[in-house]
Design a protein around this ligand. Structure first.
Ligand code: SF4
Ligand code: SF4
Length: 68
């Protein structure tokens, strides 16, 4: 099983990970702000993750962890 974890309060909501994901696993929250005042990325379709790590490599703030 693959687990995608977003360190919500490290995220600045830039959306790069959302665009990097080929499987539509991630989205920018439209409903809540993090501690820094940004809408963070969240996992919306975790079952689709193929652990390619594109999102984690793309994140400028190293806010995504992929575990198998
Ligand atoms: S590891 Fe790949 S498939 Fe999984 S969320 Fe990141 S970019 Fe998407
Ligand atoms: S790339 Fe990183 S900082 Fe940008 S939205 Fe995704 S998790 Fe947040």
């Amino acid at each position: 099983m693959i687990k995608v974890t977003i360190l919500e309060n490290t995220c600045k909501g830039c959306g790069l990970c959302v665009r990097a994901c080929p499987k539509g696993v991630l989205a920018i929250s439209t409903s809540h702000l993090n501690a820094k005042g940004y809408y963070p990325a969240e996992v919306v379709n975790g079952e689709a993750c193929i652990a390619c790590t594109s999102c984690a490599k793309t994140c400028p703030d190293v806010a995504i962890r992929i575990e198998k």
